[in-house]
Ligand binder design. Sequence first.
Ligand code: ATP
Ligand code: MG
Length: 266
Amino acid sequence: MPLLETVGLSKSFDGLRAISNLDVDIEAGSIHGLIGPNGSGKSTFFNLVTGVYQPDPGSKIFFDGHDITRSPSHQIGALGIARTFQLLRLFSEMTVLQNVMVGYHTHVPYGFLSTIFNNSAIIKKDAETTDEMMELLEFIGLADYAGMPASELSGGQRRLLSLGRAMAMRPKLLMLDEPAAGLSPVNVENLLAIVMSLKERFGLTVLIVEHILKVVMETCDTVTVLDYGEKIGEGTPEEVKDDHAVIEAYLGQEMDDDEVRATFDS
Ligand SMILES: Nc1ncnc2c1ncn2[C@@H]1O[C@H](COP(=O)(O)OP(=O)(O)OP(=O)(O)O)[C@@H](O)[C@H]1O
Ligand SMILES: [Mg+2]
């Protein structure tokens, strides 16, 4: 049984079908890539799975044996799905450590931001979890910055922090929306290495949206290709690479074999 399964998943915005009748299976323990042109529905898929948007009638989403089609976000988080955002949503005035604590508090069942500052029982609990969160920061290479406001981090460090905040929820499924956007090649390699080691260490399943095709081809076990909200291809990176319909839709032009190869290898 797949860890995440969508059946006939659809979402319309004022008549525009952002996701159309989508069946996707994400196997436990895999790294699954989701690719497609701008506006093809990738982030909408994330928002549907995490309960940010309500899907259209007839849609079904199952996670780890639960029907989460209409579940609220916090419940979906508690069941074990965490995600990062395409546009990072860090709390820039808060420290690095406080930002990962927010991830932790999203997981545990009491209030949200207010608890970080002024509930003494919670503060005691925070003290107990601080060690665990520091360990996580160590793992992603941000321990030295724990007390620094997030606003002072570099772009690459912010991406890592957003990953750390998602990991603080102790997810089974980690969903990454363009985690490498804007990173230099060295930072992309570093981030991927961290994702891979997190996956091994915590037995994660990973769903990754990424425009850098080289990243997708090198890291994913399975790739699903969207175009105008529909699945137009799926398979191993090799299979997807060889699918001309996919490539041409993805890049909006006809190409010969060499050009297709060059696109994926660069
Ligand atoms: N809240 C919303 N209200 C109206 N339309 C929306 C909303 N969210 C997404 N859309 C539309 O749904 C379509 C899919 O958008 P989505 O953000 O999912 O694409 P994407 O594949 O993530 O694109 P990108 O690669 O640019 O991030 C687009 O046409 C977009 O304008
Ligand atoms: Mg997007």
